[in-house]
Design a protein around this ligand. Structure first.
Ligand SMILES: [Cu+2]
Length: 294
């Protein structure tokens, strides 16, 4: 067999493998609803932030896959073009540095990191931007192992209403999610969630909102969003916070304004008026301040 024949048969093997890889990649990129969303657990219109987050995620993947394909193609080309030929002896030609090449492969990745940083930062700034005048303000208090929700009515504490969360009791069997504490949000209204903790660090996570934020004792974090799709979403604590962390679950119900108002009225009718604030914390700052005065 001549070396020409051998090269031919190798090519005959490489081409089908490359073809299968390309067909596979195209099949995987066929447009289903899930992969248009980059397999994120959300839809473009779930909140005012989800479309931007999905675009950032999907476009980043497209960019890195294109860079990856170019890099893999160059690696495979080098392996084939500079393979050891039949009858070759000794070392191939040895070369040391190549300054233009080294500058190229330092500057291009640096440029890419800066571009990713820029777009991530723009998105993050828009997600974290606070609204000076939200339609609805809710003080969410995490506790071991559930959440209390205070629906605040401006400065008038008496007009505020609250709901008290109790942890889920999981025993490995399916359970009734409607028994979980439920945060009600009105659709298409701007919402500010004031995230607080009563004792240890928790984390407020609604996967469908593609947002998660720490809940720290003694410090309020803010989540500002406008839910734009009716529905019920799973929520959970995302920071290991003790023995029953896994049972620190809640629902988020995005409802019409009328249903939202009816829910607040039902809390009021049960006498759950006012706010469950820091006096129920394990170490309320007011109590500590009182103690220090004595
Ligand atoms: Cu927790």
């Amino acid at each position: 067999m001549s070396s020409q024949d051998r090269t031919g048969s190798r090519r005959a093997r490489v081409i089908p493998i490359a073809g299968m890889a390309i067909v596979g990649a195209l099949a995987l990129s066929g447009c289903t609803a899930e992969n248009k969303n980059g397999w994120l657990p959300s839809e473009r219109d779930t909140t005012n932030h989800t479309a931007g987050i999905i675009d950032l995620w999907v476009n980043t993947w497209i960019t890195v896959l294109i860079v990856g394909l170019i890099t893999w193609a160059l690696i495979i080309w080098c392996i084939i073009a500079y393979r050891r030929r039949k009858g070759a002896t000794g070392y191939p030609k040895q070369t040391s540095y190549n300054l233009p090449l080294e500058i190229f492969y330092t500057l291009i990745p640096l440029f890419m990191v800066l571009v990713f940083f820029h777009f991530t930062n723009v998105e993050q700034e828009s997600i974290n931007a606070r609204n000076d005048n939200p339609d609805v303000t809710i003080d969410v208090r995490a506790k071991q192992w559930s959440f209390d929700f205070n629906y605040l009515a401006g400065n008038d504490v008496k007009e505020s209403v609250y709901s008290v969360g109790v942890q889920a009791e999981l025993d490995g069997k399916p359970f009734d999610k409607s028994t979980l504490p439920t945060l009600y949000l009105p659709v298409n209204r701007s919402v500010e969630l004031q995230l607080n903790s009563r004792e240890v660090i928790h984390s407020f996570w609604v996967p469908a909102f593609l947002d998660k934020k720490d809940m720290l004792p003694g410090k309020t974090n803010y989540m500002t969003l406008t839910p734009t799709a009716l529905g019920t979403y799973d929520g959970k604590c995302a920071e290991l916070c003790g023995e029953y962390h896994s049972e620190m679950l809640f629902n988020v119900k995005v409802v019409t304004q009328a249903e939202f108002d009816a829910h607040l009225a039902s809390l009021k009718a049960k006498g759950q008026t006012g706010e469950l604030t820091e006096k129920y914390d394990r170490n309320p700052t007011a109590a500590i301040a009182d103690h220090q005065k004595k």
